[in-house]
Design a protein around this ligand. Structure first.
Ligand code: NDP
Length: 414
């Protein structure tokens, strides 16, 4: 049986272990939770563990002479989220909680009940809920700086143009639009309105893909030779991705990640593409869009890329860059989380190759992307993934569709 004192010690130890801490003095007091820190004796605070090395868990109670206190954010940039579908509800809205400079202040939806529920959860004024008809009234909402368009692809151009006309900056989901002409109109409208237009290429804002960009720039695997990529998933009907009228299709939806990654890996624009597609007649999902598309891209330096995308496949999302002196692989590469990055340097036939995994601290892609755009709005600088990048991708997407349709290689004019 435990005596009174030892029972108290035992309970305190159990409480501290449950908290995952074993620290005395200020750390316990600061951590709170037990409510006993103030009346503990020095002996009680630091129980003797004979033979066990004591490690200071709390930092010394000293402040560096050059201590910098982070300044509070004066005012966050207000975002209106347009289209409360899967991406908006499952990724973007929750990501605001991790954003430092961006906050949701308005919603646009065709379903007022859903919008009201979402507004309640995220503390958005119900007066700042709009639908697709009164969307243009956003111009009178001073709290809205940025409109984030998360609609079916066929609606991106219209809602970007109307948003810019309402005097707001626009963050638009990928693919930027359905045609090159729409994309050009969006860029021209942003210039005319003197507002910023950014395409939501989230992988430019997360550390694993950023690391690949850096390694390729530094020629860590020598001169680049080839890029291969796979971004496929199994899409169930009904889905905007399967509808031609809504701008569906695998190239603009998932293939665009490979197109965009090939650019940030090579730093080049392709000059020619070839493509094949398969549209099965016996699967009703693929009445309007192809199931599988493979495409190749030729770059001015001689780098060649070969990529696959599709909607009837097991999830596959990886890429590999092969250089003269090694290769870089990311698998998975394109998802919201879980990136794994490997680099192999040297060659197995020349005395051995060394493969290492590169570990990095992941971030929330959407919070990082929205914070970047908010920073651009605050500071006036241009976004890293502007409308022009979306347009360059749309030129490639269009050429791939044309090459797949005609069975002929297509030149890409920039
Ligand atoms: P959903 O179909 O889940 O959502 C689209 C939303 O758009 C709907 O919920 C609806 O919102 C609104 N909408 C308005 N008119 C229509 C219409 N005629 N038909 C269907 N929806 C309509 O799509 P996702 O959220 O998956 O994708 C939306 C966009 O985000 C696409 O452009 C897609 O490419 C992009 N995306 C980007 C990703 C990324 O990682 N960057 C990942 C996934 C998607 P409401 O009911 O509120 O009116």
């Amino acid at each position: 049986m435990l005596g009174d004192t030892s029972r108290r010690d035992f309970m305190r130890m159990t409480a501290m272990t449950a908290m995952g801490v074993w620290a005395g003095g200020r750390a316990m007091a600061a951590g709170g939770g037990t409510g006993e820190s103030s009346d503990m004796s020095e002996q009680e605070k630091a129980p003797s563990n004979a033979g066990q090395q004591q490690v200071a868990l709390a930092p010394p109670d000293k402040q560096p002479p050059d201590l910098k206190v982070p300044q509070p954010v004066q005012r966050k940039v207000g975002f209106a989220v347009v289209g409360l579908g899967q991406l908006a509800l499952e990724q973007v809205m929750p990501a605001f909680r991790e954003a430092k400079l961006a906050e949701p202040v308005a919603l646009v939806s065709g379903h007022p009940d859903k919008a009201r529920k979402v507004a309640e959860v995220y503390g958005i004024d119900p007066k700042s809920i709009y639908d697709y008809q009164n969307y243009d009234q956003l111009k009178d909402n001073n709290r809205v700086d940025v409109i984030y368009i998360i609609l079916p692809n066929s609606m991106h151009a219209e809602y970007t143009l109307r948003g810019l006309k309402a005097g707001k900056h626009v963050l638009c989901e990928k693919p930027m639009a359905v045609t090159v002409q729409e994309s050009e109109r969006m860029i021209a409208a942003a210039k005319e309105a003197n507002k910023k237009l950014m395409i939501a290429y989230r992988l430019h804002y997360e550390p694993f893909n950023q690391k690949v960009m850096e390694l390729c720039r530094q020629k860590a695997i020598g001169e680049l030779k080839t890029f291969s990529s796979s971004n496929c998933q199994n899409v169930q009907a009904p889905n905007i991705r399967l509808s031609k009228a809504l701008g569906g299709g695998a190239v603009g939806d998932v293939g665009i990640y490979s197109i965009n990654a090939a650019r940030y890996v090579t730093g080049e624009e392709p000059v020619e593409v070839t493509a094949f597609q398969h549209q099965p007649k016996d699967d009703p999902r693929f009445r309007e869009v192809a199931e599988s598309i493979i495409f190749t891209l030729r770059y001015p330096s001689g780098v060649l890329a070969h990529c696959e995308c599709g909607f009837g496949h097991a999830r596959s999302e990886r890429y590999r860059v092969v250089g003269a002196k090694g290769f870089i692989e990311m698998d998975p590469a394109f998802g919201y989380t879980g990136q794994r990055l490997f680099m192999t340097q040297g060659s197995a036939d020349q005395g051995g190759a060394q493969k290492t995994e590169i570990h990095l601290q992941p971030v929330n892609h959407f919070a990082a992307e929205m914070d970047h755009f908010a920073e651009c709005v605050i500071s006036g600088k241009d976004p890293r993934t502007p409308g022009e990048m979306g347009l360059a991708d749309m030129r490639i997407v269009t050429a791939i569709h044309e090459a797949a349709r005609t069975g002929k290689p297509m030149r890409i004019e920039s």
